[in-house]
Design a protein around this ligand. Structure first.
Ligand code: ADP
Ligand code: MG
Length: 614
C-alpha cells in the first residue's frame, strides 16, 4: 500500500474513539457543554442505554446561528484562544473535539437558539456529513439528539456492553454532575421513565440524600472549608461530606472527588481521604465521601487525558494535605468517640487458656446426645430474625453455646455426605488450639486444620454444587426487610437481579433508593440481611476482573467467607467433627477457596525424627 493521508471521515472516526468510548461519554460531553453554556436546567433522555438515543436539552445561552456549522469542525471551540488560556480555564470543555467526534459516529440533530437572536437553527449530521441546516423557531438554549451511536463503526458497536450496563454508567455519571452542580436542576429518564431529578436548590446537602439514599446520608458528616494553613501556599478549599467512622464501605469506589467542578480519578487523593480516618476505621474498610476541591485554575493541569478524567496538580502535596486536614477535622470534631472493640482475630490470645480449655471439649462431651440430635436440623433454624443474634464473644460461655448451634446452620443434613468420595483419610478430632485451629489425628500423623479456611471450603463447594445443579440455593425467606441504597447501587442491583436470585438473594426494588430483601442464602441466616446485601454490593461494584473468576463465583466466595465460622470462635467437639467430616469429602480439601492452606500435616515420621526416635 502506498503512503497516503487518511480521508477526513476516517481520521475523524479514529479520533472519535478517544473521546467517545461509549454512550456515557456522549452524555458526559453534552452535559459539560450545557454547564459551560450556563444552563440551570438540564434534561437527559436516554433510550436503550443510549445506543438508540441520547438527548440532552439545556436552557443555556445557545449557539449563534452563524457559528452552528463551525461548532462541528474539529478543534472548534469558543472556550480558549491560546494555550495559555488553559492556565485560567473556567469551563469544563476546551478541546473542541466533542461535537465533531460525536457527529462522526452517529446521526446527530442539534437545535439551538442563542439568547440574543430571534431565530434558532437546526442542523442534521450523519456519520460526519451535514444532511440539512435550516432556521427554526426554538426556545433559547440547545437540544442535542444523538441517535444510532456507532452505526458506522461496527467494531465499536460490538464492544458495547448491555443496555443495562450502559444505563447504570449514565445514571452514575448524571448523579455525579448533580452532586457537583447542586444549583442546576437535573433530570434523567431512561426509556421515558424518570429515574432521577434534582431541584437546583444550590446545596450539596439537598442533592446528596437523593443520590446516596436518606439512610446513608444520616451517617454523613459535613466537611467545612478550613482557613489556609500557610499564606505562601495556594488557596485550596475542600468542602463536602464524608461518612462517620462507624459507617464504611468495602472498597474505595464510594470516594467521589471533584476538582473545580470536574469529576476526577485520583488514587493519591482517595488515599488522603482514607488516611484522615487513621485508626478510626476497621482494617480493610473505606469511607464514603463526596468532596469538592476548589483551587486557582493555574494550579491544575486538566489537559492530561482526552476525557479529562485525570488532572495534574502543580503542588500535589499541598492538595493532599488540604484534603486530609479538612476530612480529619470533620471526622474528629463531629464523630462520637469510637467503641473500643478488639479485632476478633487477636481476641483469643487475650483469653485465658484455662477458660478455653474448660469451654471447648468438656462442654461438648457433657451434652453430646442433645447436641447430636440438633445438628442436621439446624438448616431449618429460624435465622437472624427469629433468634438470638450471635454475639461472637468467646469470653461469655452462655452466648458461645448459642453460637455453636447457629453456625452449623450452613452444614446440610447428613453431614458426612457419604455419597462424595473421600479425599482425606478419616481423622479423629483431638481438640482446638488458639480457638482457631482444630487438632486432629489421622493414620499418618498429626493434622492442624484452620477452622475458618476449612469451613469456607466446605460452604463454597456446597454453594457452587447447588448453583451448578441449577437447583436454587437454599434460602432464608424474610418478612419486611428493606435496605436503603444509594441510587447508583440500586442501578447496580437492578442490573444483576437475575444473577443474585441464582445465588439465593431475592431482591425487589421498592422505590428509588429502597430495596426489599425477600430472601438471602440460607447459610447467611445468621447475618444481618442488610449487611449481607451490602457485602455482595461491594463485589458487584468492582465487577469481575477480566479473564478471572466469574462474578457469581466472587459473590459465592464472599457469602461463604461471611458464613464460615471465624477464627477466635470456640468450637465444641461435635462442631469440630462436623467440619472435619465434611472436609474429608471435599473436592479440594487442602486449600480454602481463596487458595490458602486449610491444613498442615505433620507425619508420624516427622514427629519421630523431631523427637530423636529414629
Ligand atoms: P468544547 O466544549 O471543547 O469547546 P465541543 O465540541 O464540545 O468543544 O463544542 C464546540 C463548541 O460548540 C463549544 O465551544 C460551544 O461554543 C458550542 N456548544 C456546544 N454545545 C453547546 C451548548 N449546549 N450550548 C451552547 N454552546 C454549545
Ligand atoms: Mg465540550
Amino acid at each position: 500500500m502506498t503512503i497516503h493521508i487518511l480521508p477526513e471521515i476516517v481520521a475523524a472516526q479514529i479520533a472519535a474513539g478517544e473521546v467517545v468510548e461509549r454512550p456515557a461519554s456522549v452524555v458526559k460531553e453534552l452535559v459539560e457543554n450545557a454547564i459551560d453554556a450556563s444552563a440551570d436546567h438540564i434534561h437527559i433522555d436516554v433510550e436503550e442505554g443510549g445506543q438508540r438515543l441520547i438527548r440532552v436539552s439545556d436552557n443555556g445561552h445557545g449557539i449563534p446561528s452563524a457559528d452552528v456549522a463551525t461548532a462541528f469542525l474539529r478543534h472548534a471551540t469558543s472556550k480558549i484562544q491560546t494555550l495559555s488560556d488553559l492556565d485560567h480555564l473556567n469551563t469544563l470543555g476546551f478541546r473542541g473535539e466533542a461535537l465533531h467526534s460525536i457527529a462522526s459516529v452517529s446521526r446527530l440533530t442539534l437545535i439551538t437558539r442563542h439568547r440574543d437572536e430571534q431565530a434558532g437553527t437546526r442542523i442534521v449530521i450523519a456519520g460526519g456529513k451535514t444532511q440539512d441546516q435550516r432556521p427554526v423557531g426554538a426556545p433559547a438554549g440547545t437540544v442535542v439528539t444523538v441517535e444510532d451511536l456507532f452505526f458506522n463503526t461496527p467494531a465499536r458497536l460490538k464492544f458495547l456492553k448491555s443496555a443495562t450496563t450502559e444505563r447504570r454508567q449514565i445514571t452514575t455519571l448524571v448523579t455525579n454532575f448533580a452532586l457537583a452542580y447542586p444549583a442546576i436542576r437535573f433530570s434523567l429518564s431512561h426509556d421515558s421513565r424518570e429515574v432521577f431529578r434534582t431541584y437546583g436548590g444550590g446545596k450539596l446537602a439537598d442533592v446528596l440524600p437523593v443520590v446516596l439514599g436518606a439512610e446513608a446520608f444520616r451517617h454523613m458528616l459535613e466537611v467545612m472549608p478550613l482557613p489556609a494553613s500557610r499564606p505562601d501556599l495556594p488557596e485550596i478549599r475542600v468542602s463536602g461530606f464524608v461518612s462517620a467512622p462507624d459507617y464504611h464501605h468495602a472498597n474505595r469506589t464510594q470516594i467521589t472527588l471533584f476538582v473545580n467542578g470536574r469529576l476526577i480519578r485520583d488514587t493519591a487523593l482517595a488515599y488522603a481521604v482514607t488516611q484522615a480516618y487513621h485508626t478510626l476505621l476497621p482494617q480493610g474498610r473505606y469511607p464514603i465521601a463526596v468532596l469538592m476541591i476548589t483551587l486557582p485554575p493555574e494550579e491544575v493541569d486538566v489537559n492530561v487525558h482526552p476525557t479529562k478524567a485525570e488532572v495534574r496538580f502543580r503542588s500535589p502535596d499541598a492538595v493532599f494535605a488540604a484534603v486530609q486536614r479538612a476530612v480529619r477535622s470533620a471526622v474528629i470534631s463531629q464523630a462520637p468517640p469510637p467503641e473500643v472493640r478488639p479485632h476478633p482475630d487477636v481476641q483469643w490470645r487475650n483469653m485465658a487458656w484455662s477458660t478455653r480449655r474448660d469451654m471447648a471439649p468438656a462442654r461438648a462431651d457433657s451434652n453430646e446426645s442433645s447436641r447430636q440430635s440438633s445438628l442436621g436440623l439446624e438448616i431449618d433454624s429460624p435465622g437472624y430474625h427469629g433468634q438470638h443474634v450471635a454475639s461472637a464473644q468467646p469470653g461469655a460461655p452462655g452466648s458461645a453455646a448459642d453460637d455453636d448451634e447457629a453456625f452449623l446452620a450452613g452444614i446440610p443434613e447428613g453431614m458426612g455426605r457419604p455419597s462424595q468420595p473421600r479425599t482425606l483419610p478419616m481423622l479423629r478430632v483431638l481438640g482446638q488450639v488458639g480457638a482457631a485451629y482444630i487438632v486432629a489425628e489421622g493414620p499418618a500423623g498429626l493434622y492442624l486444620i484452620d477452622q475458618h479456611a476449612a469451613h469456607e471450603r466446605i460452604l463454597y463447594e456446597q454453594f457452587l454444587a447447588e448453583a451448578v445443579a441449577r437447583q436454587s440455593v437454599a434460602q432464608q425467606t424474610l418478612d419486611s426487610v428493606t435496605v436503603e441504597l444509594p441510587l447508583r447501587d440500586m442501578a447496580l442491583v437492578q442490573e444483576h437481579l437475575e444473577q443474585l436470585a441464582g445465588l439465593g438473594f431475592e431482591l425487589e426494588p421498592f422505590g428509588a433508593t429502597t430495596l426489599r430483601v425477600r430472601a438471602i442464602p440460607a447459610m447467611l441466616a445468621r447475618t444481618d440481611p442488610t449487611e449481607a446485601v451490602r457485602l455482595v454490593l461491594a463485589d458487584l461494584e468492582v465487577g469481575a476482573p477480566p479473564g478471572q473468576r466469574k462474578l457469581e463465583e466472587i459473590i459465592a466466595l464472599r457469602v461463604c467467607k461471611a458464613a464460615a465460622v471465624k477464627a477466635g470462635q470456640v468450637l465444641s467437639l461435635t462442631e469440630m467433627q462436623a467440619i472435619i467430616r465434611q472436609l474429608e469429602r471435599s473436592q479440594s480439601p487442602h486449600t480454602c477457596p481463596h487458595g490458602r492452606p486449610t491444613l498442615l500435616h505433620i507425619s508420624a515420621e516427622q514427629l519421630a525424627r523431631q523427637f530423636g526416635r529414629t
